[in-house]
Write a protein that binds this ligand. Structure first.
Ligand SMILES: CC(C)(COP(=O)(O)OP(=O)(O)OC[C@H]1O[C@@H](n2cnc3c(N)ncnc32)[C@H](O)[C@@H]1OP(=O)(O)O)[C@@H](O)C(=O)NCCC(=O)NCCSC(=O)c1cc(O)c2ccccc2c1O
Length: 354
């Protein structure tokens, strides 16, 4: 009997996967399942192509996390900041589960420090934002600390410093993925929406065939701000409207209802819904997929995806990226070198491209 070589065996395996994707996967993966093929890493494209042969599968081993501190070596109380050993992933966890991960000014200050460090660390390519435990991603501002002038903890004045964090997440030139298990309420919901506009995020709980019935019982997104006498008329409104459309945004804000994970996915508010036990695994897979791609392409794309909405600030960011790339060229360098050498720059050798 002829022996099958390894190459032939791989080809057979690829064929089986292709058949599975094309013919078997559609069975039971209807629109109500809350699961897209992308969610579990299978796609419509045939796996028997040069792309898949060259790039192979995304690694699936477990991540080893190491606690990190900020750029000044300071530690944290309200958050946990970790980096994956040997991989470009940082994870920032809001650590106030007893308050459903509500944030106080101190929490926001720590989040800003951790995001700053992850931005400046050139070994980091993608950042996960999450909440401790499985009950809540974040329940918004800590209402017990709300004063007439904003939220106050250790200082005698109030503030809304979450607004600074929102801008930071949007501007940070690396993707931020919100890994959401449980409630995302008020200012917590706005945070995950920003991650969405930056890249994508995963949502809590359940998928596949049982998703519908189960998710229907779970209340997750809640824009309760009008109920607690608050509102976010900034990103909380404009980005919401961009993501779900102006009609749905009005409904969400005026009625202040709860929405489930699967409803959120249908509205385009979340990118994927996965079972709770697979949440981190799937998030890491998305991170690894991002990390396989060109960091500069990702950086420019993130800026570009925000640019139209961000007006001058958006243009400034895309323009800054152009300058950054130009500095690395011979043509850009010629100008600087000529200045330093006290001579006229010679740009005649550079092509004037069509
Ligand atoms: C999120 C919940 C629906 C979860 O309900 P559940 O029954 O699971 O849990 P409990 O309600 O029993 O909560 C356990 C425990 O946590 C405390 N807690 C929860 N959330 C908060 C919170 N946001 N602030 C303070 N404390 C909180 C709760 O009191 C319990 O403590 P015990 O001591 O009793 O055990 C439910 O918890 C809930 O509805 N939470 C409140 C959600 C909320 O009102 N969020 C604030 C919206 S406003 C906001 O976030 C906001 C912030 C900003 O910085 C802004 C800036 C600029 C513009 C607007 C802003 C803004 O609107």
């Amino acid at each position: 009997m002829a022996k099958i070589s390894d190459n032939e065996l791989n080809a057979v395996t690829r064929r089986i996967v292709t058949v599975y994707n094309h013919f078997l996967l559609p069975i039971g993966s209807g629109s109500n399942s809350g699961l897209t093929r992308g969610s579990i890493g299978l796609c419509n494209a045939s796996m028997d192509d040069s792309y898949h042969r060259i790039h192979g599968e995304v690694a699936s081993h477990e991540v080893e996390w190491k606690t990190a501190c900020d750029e000044y070596g300071k530690e944290f109380t309200d958050i946990i900041y970790e980096k994956a050993i040997g991989e470009g992933i940082a994870k920032i966890t809001i650590n106030r589960p007893e308050r459903r991960n509500a944030f106080r000014p101190q929490t926001i200050k720590e989040l800003i420090r951790a995001f700053n460090d992850a931005r400046d660390d050139s070994s980091i390519g993608v950042i996960i934002l999450t909440g401790k435990g499985t009950k809540a991603f974040c329940s918004g501002g800590d209402q017990a600390l709300r004063k007439a002038d904003g939220y106050a903890d250790f200082e005698n004045f109030g503030r809304l410093n979450v607004l600074d964090l929102q801008v930071q997440i949007r501007r940070l030139p690396k993707p931020v993925i919100a890994m959401v298990a449980g409630y995302a309420v008020g200012g917590g919901h706005v945070l995950h929406m920003l991650c969405c506009s930056c890249s994508f995020h995963l949502w809590m709980v359940v998928l596949m065939l049982h998703a519908c019935a189960f998710v229907a019982l779970i209340r997750i997104i809640w824009l309760d701000m009008p109920q607690v006498g608050s509102f976010d008329a900034g990103y909380g409104s404009s980005i919401m409207s961009r993501l779900v459309g102006p009609k749905k945004a009005r409904e969400m804000w005026f009625l202040a209802r709860f929405y489930t994970a699967s409803e959120a996915e249908k509205m385009g508010l979340v990118n994927a819904v996965v079972p709770l036990e697979k949440l981190e695994q799937e998030t890491i897979k998305w991170c690894r997929e991002i990390l396989r791609n060109s960091p500069t392409a990702i950086r420019v794309l993130k800026a570009a995806l925000n640019a139209v909405d961000d007006g001058h600030a958006g243009l400034q960011e895309v323009g800054g990226n152009a300058t950054l790339i130009f500095y690395g060229t011979e043509e850009g360098n010629e100008g600087k070198t000529a200045y330093v050498e006290r001579r006229r720059p010679n740009f005649s050798k550079f092509s004037r491209r069509p």
